[in-house]
Write a protein that binds this ligand. Structure first.
Ligand code: FNR
Length: 190
């Protein structure tokens, strides 16, 4: 079965290594997965006063999540947690109460860091948010990417065959996970 993956890049930086990782993942993905970015950079800071009348950027965010068959988070670690911009997007997506767009949406988590731990604590933090928001997560395999510019070129080329194989396996496992979730859980459609 073919699935559309809505992907979030947790960094707003123009030179984001996580954006580079997203390009590598798209290039290495199995043919049954297609990708559409769900942008988070234009969202205002959420507060519940917006619940009565969501702004267009937030409506678009919720519609994009609903339209996707799965969501994939490609995020840096900021101060041992997720970037505020990504948490803000998840807060928007989860509300107004009773319209949580993340419900039953199969989710994957991956991230790249310049540090050796490869976003392990950001991912743990993100998993807590996704659990509360009722998004089933692929919990294995995990993928903690220690980013080096020799292995990940700016256009998404991965120069190391071992890393390519690791990412291919991760993506195939994700496709299989999405398929399993869709056989079990009804998906919200609008
Ligand atoms: C970082 N960085 C970082 N790295 C890490 O492994 N653990 C951490 O907790 C943090 N904390 C952190 C906070 C802030 C505010 C910044 C700007 C950076 C370093 C981080 O891995 C590096 O800047 C990456 O390049 C960020 O990813 P993007 O934005 O390039 O995708």
């Amino acid at each position: 079965t073919a699935f559309t993956v809505g992907y979030f890049v947790g960094s707003l930086s123009r030179e984001s290594i996580n954006r580079t990782l997203s390009k590598a993942l798209i290039a290495l993905a199995p043919p049954e997965l297609s990708f559409a970015e769900i942008p988070i950079g234009d969202l205002p800071l959420y507060n519940r006063d917006f619940d009565a009348d969501y702004p267009p950027s937030a409506r678009a965010l919720k519609e994009a999540i609903t339209a996707a068959d799965a969501i994939l988070f490609i995020t840096p670690e900021y101060n041992r947690s997720i970037p505020g911009a990504l948490k803000n997007a998840l807060d928007w997506a989860s509300r107004p109460w009773g319209t949580n767009s993340l419900t039953h949406k199969p989710a994957g988590v991956i991230g790249a860091s310049s540090g050796a731990l490869g976003t392990v604590l950001a991912q743990q933090s993100l998993r807590g948010v996704l659990a509360f928001c009722n998004a089933p997560q692929m919990t294995a395999p995990e993928a903690y990417i220690h980013f080096t510019p020799e292995v990940f070129l700016a256009d998404g080329t991965v120069t190391n065959e071992g890393t390519r194989e690791f990412l291919r396996t991760y993506l195939q496992e994700f496709a299989d996970f999405v398929e399993r979730v869709h056989t079990i859980l009804p998906q919200r459609r609008g």
